[in-house]
Design a protein around this ligand. Structure first.
Ligand SMILES: C[S@@+](CC[C@H](N)C(=O)[O-])C[C@H]1O[C@@H](n2cnc3c(N)ncnc32)[C@H](O)[C@@H]1O
Length: 261
């Protein structure tokens, strides 16, 4: 299917999204065409629009007039070191371990955690199965390349892969750490991610079923040499028995498991 690079190019799909192309950027038009192929049959009442425009790719509500879509924007990550967000003393990097570590983030989502780790100094391969999120991630990385300061800070340490980690993990060479942040149903409204991001994730990818997450965890335990780290909301039960360490934040905790390798 071909689409014209105009605002009227609107096609509907399942999951509940429409794709709108409002740019003539050849790369983005190609990305849009590939996404349309992957999404398959149109859906009649989309909840969200994947908007390819002059500012890049965003996901926005199809039902409200709010044109402020949600983009992957690594430039918005608070990059204060010292006692700030990127301090190695924060619970997240503490759970991952030494900074020279190589990490597979097997549940990339909007890439915030993966980018944080790369900014701190870890070498990160982030895998995301949703083609919609993958388009947003690639666009975020493309825009990061145009921001000299941010690109220098990332230092080429963030690689994105679109694919299912269940298929990818058994094929990759061993890494120090595999990091998992599966979708878990919220107890209340509060969550570690901003509400908008959570709502989008719920709509676009839903919750990760425990049987699939359990297999992913087992594969992670075969792939990592040093640690498997699982992020859980504080209200959730522990993912597995016998974590070797638990690093607790305000809303979430990071459970550390010793792999089988
Ligand atoms: C809670 S979100 C992760 C949020 C992420 N940590 C961040 O900072 O934005 C979980 C993501 O994992 C992805 N996911 C779940 N199972 C996966 C798998 N087997 N392979 C790749 N991605 C997966 C989902 O599509 C979803 O985008």
């Amino acid at each position: 299917m071909s689409i014209s690079p105009t605002e009227q190019g609107s096609v509907y799909h399942n999951p509940p999204v429409a794709v709108v192309v409002a740019t003539e950027d050849v790369h983005l038009v190609q990305e849009a065409e590939q996404l349309i192929k992957k999404l398959g049959d149109p859906v009649p009442d989309p909840e969200y629009i994947i908007h390819f425009g002059p500012r890049g790719v965003d996901i926005r509500s199809a039902t409200t007039k709010n044109k402020n879509g949600h983009r992957v924007d690594f430039a918005t990550i608070d990059r204060r070191t010292g006692a700030g967000n990127l301090s190695r003393k924060q619970v997240f990097p503490k759970s991952i371990g030494a900074p020279s570590t190589t990490v597979i983030d097997a549940t990339a989502g909007f890439g915030e955690d993966a980018a944080m780790l790369a900014l701190i100094g870890y070498t990160v391969v982030a895998i995301e199965k949703s083609p919609i999120l993958s388009v947003l991630l690639r666009d975020g990385l493309r825009r990061a390349k145009q921001n000299k300061e941010l690109w220098t800070a990332l230092g080429g340490r963030l690689v994105l892969i679109e694919g299912n980690s269940l298929a990818s993990l058994p094929t990759v060479p061993h890494v120090d750490v595999v990091y998992l942040d599966p979708m878990f149903p919220p107890k209340r409204k509060k969550s570690a991610l901003p509400q908008g991001s959570i709502q989008i994730l719920q709509s676009i990818v839903g919750y990760d079923p425990p049987d699939k997450t359990n297999i992913l965890f087992e594969q992670a335990m075969q792939t990592a040499t040093k640690r498997v780290v699982v992020k859980r909301p504080n209200h959730a039960p522990f993912f597995s028995d016998n974590p070797v360490a638990v690093h607790k934040g305000k809303l979430v905790r990071y459970e550390v498991y010793k792999p089988n390798t």
